[in-house]
Structure formats: structure tokens, C-alpha cells
Design a protein around this ligand. Structure first.
Ligand code: KG4
Ligand code: ZN
Length: 357
């Protein structure tokens, strides 16, 4: 940054699901343009609180956010060496997510905006996941690109003309890919969250041991479905038409099922992404969301990109799973005049252009 007047410090807050996170970023003060840099990023995971239930319990998540949000903001400011008075903007993810969880982050952001007399910018968690690609590659133009979000709640493809302008191309008709990882991990008796557990188990397994279904693979529609795949895993473990998985599965079976399941998920996501790139005729792909932390998935996407001459942007793993830094998309939003008033509310659902919510 050339001078203090030219730069802007922003505090970002993220409480959409089961991570309480805050980050401090520094970027060019609009109308100057540029990608902000991350001064600090703190993530407090609630995994231990939800683990006994095998999934996120919304009420527990909200209460944990209430306890954590102020200490985490404080930690992010300290690590960045920034005081409250130096902040020029507060950003917060207001959709999609768990309503009770979202409200905690938004209330904290509103209080700071009011007390410090600085603008408030509401961001979309999914746009943030994709903007993480730009944060991770500040010297390259990520947009326009095909955007692929693969998280615990969403599996969607977009045509992103710019960070703030995107068009929904297609998505899952039932579970999100991350959700399928979590549910299959539960069937296999592995811990929560399931994605990293399956990835670990799959390392020692044979991805060709089971031929699991790959829905819509040869279909023109940009759609996914993971429900048949989950049922196929259940039958592989328990026998046809069985409802319960027997306890004490053989470790070799767990590894083979994990590897075969992971391969099936990756195959369909890569195939639909290839279709989207071919259709949109764009040579750039941005990928975001927790599942993008999976090494095999990252490798397969890069391999596809190499084969098609497509530049593939995948953030480092800490910027794939939920974090507040990705709310740095607030800077281009501020530049575009997209600030929020203090009476804005959260929205639990996915907002798609042209859709009535
Ligand atoms: O983006 P994220 O942190 O939160 C949501 O916005 O949902 O994504 C969380 C999801 C979980 O379902 C988790 O199991 C999955 O991402 N995940 C993974 C891996 N790490 C996290 N899935 C596959 N492999 C991983 N290494
Ligand atoms: Zn997320």
C-alpha cells in the first residue's frame, strides 16, 4: 500500500454454520481497485461439540457462536496488530446458513458498524467461497470463470462474470457432496466431519473395489444426485435391502468402500464441471468449499484442467473450508456501492438469480 489514506482495513465475520471465524484484511480504498491481502484469519471450530451427535446441531451451534464471536474477533485484531479504531469496514456472511448461527455474526457486525461509524457489507457465503480463489491468486485474473462450489450444504456450478455477478448453471437435486461424505462416513463408523475421515481411510483402499453408481454421468443436464450412491454404499455394507450396517466392519472393507465412494463422487463432479466448461467456453475454473480440501479431488480437477487447457484455481485448504477471510469479497462490494443498512436480516436459503424466496 502506498499510504494509509490509500488503504482500507476490514474486519470480516463468519458464523454461517459450525465455525466461528474472524479475519482482518487490507486492501486498496475504493475507488482504487485490487485484491485485499489477509492480515489475520482465525477459525474456531465447533467440531468437538457436534461430534457426539454425528452432525451439526443448530441450537448448539448458535450458542457456541454467542460465546466465541467476541473473543475470536479480538484475536483476529490482535494477530493483525490492528485496533478497532483503524477499521474502515465490517463485513459479514448473511446467507446461506443456519438462521440462529447467522444472526449472531450479523448482530456483532451491526454493533461494530454502529459504534465505529463504518460501513456494513453483507456477503453471500457461496460467493465468498469462490472469491477465496482470487484472494489466493492476487496477481492473476480469476474472473470471468466457471465457479464450482462443493461444500457441506451446496454442490453448484455458476458462470461468474465477475466476483459480484454470477449465473446459476446447475447443482445437486438432493444431498450436497460434503453431506454425502458425512453420511457415508457415519455408515462406515468413521467420525464427523466425514470428508477428512473418508479421505484418510481411502488412502489405503482400492477405488475400483466397488463400482458405485454415477448418476447423470452421460446426461446433458448439469445436475448431480448422491442419494442412489449412499444407498449403494449401505447395500455394499449390509446386503441388499438391509437397513442397518453391522457393527465392527473389517478395516479393509471400510478402506475399500471409502476409496470407491470417494472416486464415484469425484468422477461425477469432474464430469459435470467439464461439461460446464465446454458449454460456457471459458478457460478458467474457480473452485471453493470444504470438499475442495480433498487432495484426490484437487488432483483430478487439475488433471482435467491440463487436458482441456483450462486454468484451475483452487485455494489452499485453509481457504476452502469455512473461514472469514473469504468475506474479503466485501471490498469489491463496497467499491460497487453495495453497503447494507442496519435493518438487514439474514437469509437461511440459497438465493439464485430469478428465484423467488
Ligand atoms: O465449506 P465447508 O467448510 O462448510 C459448508 O459451507 O458447508 O464444507 C464442509 C464440508 C463437510 O461436509 C466436510 O465433510 C467436507 O466439507 N470436507 C471434505 C474434506 N474436508 C471437508 N470432504 C472431502 N474431503 C475433505 N478433505
Ligand atoms: Zn462453506
Amino acid at each position: 500500500m502506498s499510504s494509509l489514506e490509500d488503504s482500507l482495513l476490514l474486519l470480516a465475520i463468519e458464523t454461517t454454520c459450525d465455525e466461528t471465524a474472524a479475519a482482518v484484511l487490507e486492501g486498496p480504498r475504493p475507488p482504487r481497485q485490487g485484491v485485499p491481502t489477509i492480515r489475520s484469519s482465525v477459525v474456531a471450530s465447533q467440531v468437538g461439540l457436534h461430534q457426539p451427535y454425528g452432525g451439526v446441531v443448530p441450537e448448539i451451534a448458535s450458542r457456541a457462536h454467542v460465546r466465541q464471536v467476541v473473543p475470536i474477533i479480538d484475536q483476529a485484531l490482535r494477530r493483525a496488530g490492528v485496533s478497532l479504531g483503524e477499521l474502515g469496514l465490517v463485513a459479514v456472511a448473511t446467507r446461506p446458513g443456519l438462521v440462529g448461527a447467522l444472526v449472531v455474526g450479523l448482530t456483532a457486525a451491526k454493533a461494530l458498524s454502529l459504534a465505529l461509524e463504518i460501513p456494513l457489507v453483507a456477503v453471500d457465503h457461496l460467493e465468498g467461497h469462490l472469491y477465496a480463489c482470487q484472494l489466493a491468486h492476487p496477481d492473476r485474473e480469476v474472473y470471468p470463470c466457471v465457479g464450482l462450489v462443493v461444500s457441506g450444504g451446496h454442490t453448484s456450478l455458476y458462470f461468474c462474470q465477475s466476483p459480484l455477478q454470477s449465473e446459476f448453471l446447475g447443482g445437486t437435486t438432493d444431498d450436497a457432496a460434503g453431506e454425502a461424505f458425512d453420511k457415508v462416513a457415519s455408515l462406515l463408523g468413521l467420525g464427523y466431519p466425514g470428508g477428512p475421515e473418508i479421505e484418510r481411510a481411502a488412502l489405503g483402499g482400492n477405488p475400483a473395489a466397488f463400482v458405485f453408481p454415477r448418476a447423470f454421468l452421460h446426461d446433458e443436464r448439469l445436475q448431480w444426485s448422491f442419494s442412489g450412491l449412499k444407498t449403494a454404499v449401505l447395500y455394499a455394507l449390509a446386503g441388499q435391502n438391509a437397513r442397518h450396517v453391522p457393527p465392527n466392519l473389517a478395516p479393509g472393507l471400510v478402506r475399500d468402500v471409502a476409496a470407491s465412494f470417494q472416486e464415484a463422487v469425484i468422477d461425477v463432479i469432474v464430469a459435470k464441471t467439464r461439461q460446464a466448461l465446454t458449454r460456457i467456453k471459458i478457460k478458467k475454473l474457480g473452485v471453493g468449499g470444504g470438499v475442495a480440501a480433498n487432495c484426490r479431488f484437487r488432483h483430478k480437477l487439475r488433471e482435467m484442467g491440463d487436458g482441456m487447457g483450462v486454468e484451475v484455481f483452487i485455494p489452499p485448504q485453509s481457504l476452502c473450508t469455512d473461514n472469514a477471510a473469504m468475506a474479503g469479497i466485501a471490498l469489491p462490494k463496497l467499491a460497487a456501492g453495495q453497503t447494507s443498512s442496519l435493518d438487514i436480516d439474514v437469509s437461511a436459503g440459497l438465493v439464485r438469480p430469478g428465484r423467488i424466496i
